[in-house]
Design a protein around this ligand. Structure first.
Ligand code: AMP
Length: 411
């Protein structure tokens, strides 16, 4: 189905053409005929299927066809991570830019006053993570009484990240569910998500794309059985031999990520590490570098596994197999987005292998096992520099000279 068959307002068609979209993706083809006539939809699609545009087009169409007084926000999109909120805002500006709506992302870590002032000045569409939005709502910076469209993206992640109480708090401040359109999207629609859907939505139609296949067919999955000591030598060998344009390497913990990045640096592999503990400005900078191709290897915890679309990720590597089987689907979904192909490599060591059975049961197929040739393991790699336990705190690791305390400088 083409977008120009959908009888959309002209400015929205302009935005869609500007984004370079002509044909609907399957999730758009299935959900738009319902959402454009005002139905609530709970959608599940394979990752990277175009669900963001699916809900944004429905949302803008609704706002354009029901003109209302400007002043208070008319649409609210809730997302679980800051990166995702930034990305949705970006897509919303792209698709809705020509329609004259003001769109504001609201998320923690940065721009506290700027976001508050923007909300106070009046916006049409808010894209928010729950915490910061609640903060502003408690300060009465804006109200949600005029919300006509609610979108909950990555709803299952909201549960995982413990946002459910925050979510309920926000939902209680909206007009009654039958006075607004409700769209819920998630890469997985499990029972908990559907309970939320039935509680806060108006008899939603369930739309699932890709049948029971949770992983995209165009991802080549491979698995290596290794010991934990062999993981880095194999990773280095794979990075050197396979043609990897843009790689995301997933680890389960911050500690493992830091350890891996130190090893990569010691072996002249330029990479950056992204975890929830990294300051927000830096998180955004690293994501920008990776998206723009100035950084080709990103090591990350699951903070980066959901929803982000980064073009041309050729390889996803599970340096640690995830403990949660849904995370496996999300992680490998960072590659092979919208019709492209990609490779997902998993390294199963003695710990990770314990999650393998559950992952394979969840995705419904075994991950093909490959036995690595001995020559693929790089054995002459350099160890990461040891952090000395006795190293005095106030001595620079770089220069070995004492670090002056703040305020001790002569003026
Ligand atoms: P999402 O599943 O929302 O993360 O979208 C994945 C990617 O698909 C994004 O990079 C979008 O720009 C792209 N996309 C969405 N809809 C279309 C479409 N109809 N045609 C081509 N690309 C699309």
């Amino acid at each position: 189905m083409r977008f120009d068959e959908l009888n959309l307002p002209e400015c929205l068609l302009q935005g869609i053409a500007g984004a370079g979209y002509e044909q609907c993706t399957p999730i758009q083809e299935q959900s738009l005929p319902l959402t454009l006539i005002g139905k609530d939809v709970a959608g599940r699609g394979q990752t990277g299927t175009g669900k963001t545009a699916a809900f944004l087009i429905a949302l803008f169409n609704r706002l354009l066809t029901n003109p209302a007084a400007a002043g208070q926000p008319r649409a609210l999109i809730l997302a679980p991570t800051r990166e995702l909120a930034v990305q949705i805002e970006h897509d919303a500006l792209l698709l809705g830019g020509a329609c004259g709506f003001s769109i504001q992302a609201v998320y923690g870590g940065v721009d506290y006053n700027r976001q508050r002032e923007a909300l106070r000045a009046g916006v049409d569409v808010i894209v928010a993570t729950p915490g910061r939005l609640i903060d502003y709502l408690k300060q009465k910076v804006c109200t949600l009484k005029a919300i006509e469209v609610l979108v909950i993206d990555e709803a299952d992640r909201m549960f995982d990240l413990g946002f459910i109480a925050d979510l309920r708090y926000i939902l209680r401040l909206l007009p009654p569910f039958d006075k607004r359109q409700n769209l819920l999207f998630s890469a997985t629609l499990n029972q908990r998500v559907m309970e939320l859907a039935y509680e806060f939505m108006n008899e939603p139609v369930k739309v699932t794309v890709g049948g029971e296949h949770l992983t995209a067919d165009n991802i080549e999955e491979v698995l290596y059985h290794v010991s934990s000591q062999e993981k880095f030598p194999l990773l280095l060998g794979l990075l050197r031999t396979e043609d990897m344009k843009r790689v995301m390497i997933f680890v389960n913990t911050k500690r493992e990520g830091e350890r891996l990045q130190a090893l990569m640096t010691a072996n002249n592999c330029s990479s950056r590490f992204l975890s929830g503990d990294v300051a927000q400005e830096k998180r955004l900078r690293i994501m920008r570098q990776f998206k723009e191709g100035r950084l080709s290897i990103l090591i990350a915890t699951d903070v980066a596994s959901r929803g982000l679309h980064i073009d041309d990720v050729s390889h996803v590597i599970n340096y640690d197999l995830p403990e949660d089987c849904e995370d496996y689907v999300h992680r490998i979904g960072r590659t092979a987005r919208v019709g492209a192909t990609g490779t997902a490599i998993s390294l199963a060591d003695e710990n990770g292998v314990l999650s393998l059975e559950a992952i394979e049961a969840y995705i419904g197929h075994p991950i093909p096992t490959v036995w690595a040739e001995d020559s693929l393991f790089v054995t002459d790699f350099k160890p990461a520099p040891q952090k000395s336990r006795n190293h005095p705190q106030n001595v620079s690791h770089r220069t070995g000279r004492p670090i002056k305390k703040r305020g001790s400088r002569r003026r």
